[in-house]
Design a protein around this ligand. Sequence first.
Ligand code: SAM
Length: 257
Amino acid sequence: MENEETLIRDFDSNLICDYFGRLERQGPGSPESTIRALSFIDNFSNELKIADFACGTGGQTMTLAQNTKGTITGLDIFPDFIGKFNTNAEKLGLQNRVKGIVGSMDNLPFQNEEFDVIWSEGAIANIGFEKGLNYWKGFLKKDGYIAVTYESWFTDERPTEIEKFWVDAVPEIGTIGHNISIMQKAGYSLVAAFTLPEKCWTDTYFIPQKAIQKTFLKKNAGNKAAEAFVEYMKYEAELYSKYKQYYGYVFYIGKKI
Ligand code: SAM
C-alpha cells in the first residue's frame, strides 16, 4: 500500500461509513447465528430490555427484535449508521420497540443494572474484551445475559502472516479457552460458546463487499485512501480464505453472577 493506513481504524471515518453503510452487515455474522445465540437465553420469550452495542446499521438488531418481545436500544459511534439503523427499524415497523442512539461503548449513557441482555457482534475489541466485559456488566441486571462475538484463535500456533494481521488489529486476541476464562473472571458464568460458521464470513461479509467495491471506487474516484481501503478489505478476505482454520469469530454467551 502506498500510504500509511495499515489498520481499519486508521482510515477516515467518512470512508468507513460510505463503504460499510452500503452493506446490511458491517461484520461477519448471520441471522441464524444471532438466533442460535438467543436460544441460550432463558425466558427470552418474556419482555426483555436489550442493548446492542456497536449495532452498526442494525442487521443483527432487527433479527433480535423479530425474535424477542420488549425493547432494544442500539448504540453506535457513527451517526451515519444510526441514521440508517432507525430507517431500517421504521421500514420493518419496529420503531416502537427498536431505537438507535449515537454513543460510545466505553462511555455509556445508561443506568446501572438497566438491561436484561447486552448484545454486541463484531465490536467488543474496540474497547477490549476484558475491559468491555467488566464495564458492561454494571449495566446488566443480576442474572442478565451478555452475548458477544469476538475474534478468537482456534489453535495455539499460527503462521506469522496471520498472527501479525490480527495482533495488529486486536492486540488482546486469544484462544477460545483463554477468552472463556476472561469471561468467568469478569463475573459471568459461561452459558455457551460457539464458532460462527464460515458462511458468516463469506455469504454475509466478503461476497456483499465484492458487489459494492466497484461503485464505492467510482464514487471516490482518484481518492488514494479509498483505493487503499478497498485493498485492505480485499487483503482481509484473502487472508481469511488462506488461514480460516486458525481463527474466526466465536459467540460467547455469559450470565451475570
Ligand atoms: N454489530 C454490527 C454487525 O455485526 O454488523 C457492526 C459490527 S462492525 C465490525 C463494528 C461496529 O463498531 C461499527 O458499527 C462501528 O461504528 C462500531 N464502533 C466502533 N467503535 C465504537 C465505539 N467506541 N462505540 C460504539 N460503537 C463503535
